[in-house]
Design a protein around this ligand. Sequence first.
Ligand SMILES: *[C@@H]1O[C@H](CO)[C@@H](O)[C@H](O)[C@H]1NC(C)=O
Ligand SMILES: *[C@@H]1O[C@H](CO)[C@@H](O)[C@H](O)[C@H]1NC(C)=O
Length: 314
Amino acid sequence: MNLRSFCGLVLALLYLDTAASIKVAFSPMWIEGTPFVYANKNVYKADTATSVSGGVASLGSAELGGNAETQGLIQYVNHKNYRLIYVVVEVTYRLVANKAAGIKTLADLKGKRIGTFQGSSAEVFVRMLLGSAGLANSDYTIVSGNVCMRAPCGANTFPSQLKAKQIDAFGVWETAVELGVEALGEENAVIFKNASIYREVYSLFATQQSLQDATTRKKIVAYVKALNETLDVFRNDPEKVYPMVSQAIGVDVPVLRKVWPDHVWGPGSLGTDLVDYLYREDQYLSKANKRTAATRDELEKFIDRSVYEDAMKL
Ligand SMILES: *[C@@H]1O[C@H](CO)[C@@H](O)[C@H](O)[C@H]1NC(C)=O
Ligand SMILES: *[C@@H]1O[C@H](CO)[C@@H](O)[C@H](O)[C@H]1NC(C)=O
């Protein structure tokens, strides 16, 4: 073989190697995405897994996407080929309120200013939680702000807005809520949560086309297996992952320890309960976004249990 064809071969192998790797899209900013960081680095050995910033909306260019069920449902409207194949973590979102604003019960949030991220799972949480106490959207004002992951929190973040009385309460994912409690002082804070009304079902998504392609499917099944092993560590041996999580998303370990119990690491159930849960959330989302709701049959198709079942056989 001459030098020229040797170089050609090396290039071809390099190309094959990139082509063989699996891309996982998720937000690198939140706790929920950190199992991918761990799995890609330490557990997934079938080939290489690459992390890219994104989520379920990245499925055009990545084989896998991690996101809250809310974003999954929003994408499913125009992408009926998307599939929810695994539940990574279920997070009981929390709403923290300032007692000094006269808040003891959810109903006391009537007329108050409430911080959240509009258009996200956090807004769905706030609306559904307050709805459960009989409050309509017009009964309170939603205020925008930013999430804070580590103290000191900037002036435009929810914990600082709460402390400065610009808002009376806020609801979003962690660690912001914990930092809100700390900003007020635990004795001045009241926390509301109810997992049966709203919990984030942070999931892994893939397209039907990827799942039908034998080569890609094999990698996805191996990935789900690796992710499932990873979550054993997240669930049973968290001290082992705190330093990695802390470094990956810029949070302090003592704060992580406090919010960990609100994170139930997979494998979550892909059963009928999940269909019911998604159905109920989509009823809310379809009204909010003025569109037709997904039928129960469509949501049954949205969930593909076969990948997990195949992973069980490995
Ligand atoms: C949570 O919500 C469910 C369903 O609305 C309700 O039955 C239950 O009492 C609530 N739990 C708490 C602790 O408020
Ligand atoms: C995933 O982990 C759970 C808990 O450790 C285990 O029971 C289950 O068999 C695992 N599933 C797969 C596909 O490996």
